[in-house]
Ligand binder design. Sequence first.
Ligand code: ZN
Length: 251
Amino acid sequence: MRFKGKMKEKIKGKKIVVVRKMGILLLMATLAGIIVVSQKTGEYLNSRNKKEVKTSGKLKEKAEKEEQTVILDSGHGGRDPGKIGTQGTKEKEMNLCIAKKVERHLKEAGITVIMTRTDDAGMADSQVEDLKERVKLINETKPVLAVSIHQNSYPDPSVFGTQVFYYTHSREGENAAKVVQEALQKVELQKNREIKANDTYYMLKKTEPPVLIVECGFLSNPEEEALLCEDAYQEKLAEGIANGILSYLQI
Ligand SMILES: [Zn+2]
């Protein structure tokens, strides 16, 4: 009996050891579980917090990595004022104001921007030479897209609205024009016109990369001319153009 009693004690002792071991294992498993869950929660919260920055950071990285270059051309300049508005607004000045605003947006998105002019001076003294210089710059730089900014004019003062022109024989140009005109639609301008093909403009005809001419509005329409002079309206236009360019570049 004494022997049996010892056996019982031994078995009892083993059971206690087993139970203790199981307890420790369970505790370890629970701790491991807690660690994993808290890590995952941390990652999730981190990703949630970072999402906004991450998206823009990633896109900027993509743009910089691919070295996407866009040429922004402010139409006219120097001796060539471009169209003159009903209130005397000079097209060349408005083009530059809007182009600078577009430049700012694109640079913020990590795009390399080349401006054909950053002040009043054109690229050459004569109008013909000036256009040739601009075309040369576009063909030599080979940007993913060149956007030339202008203001329109028409004998009938009731005509107004924003319109994007592309070279008739450029599918890429047409594509880009559609995307930019759509983006302009979203910023709610005075009037959004339809894209238009053109095969006579020198800049469209003589350039290899896709080129768009954005006619922001009509200086021959007094109401639109007044709007085009407003900084807030210029901002809207710039935002629309920049968003369109970024969409076209799929950024
Ligand atoms: Zn012009």
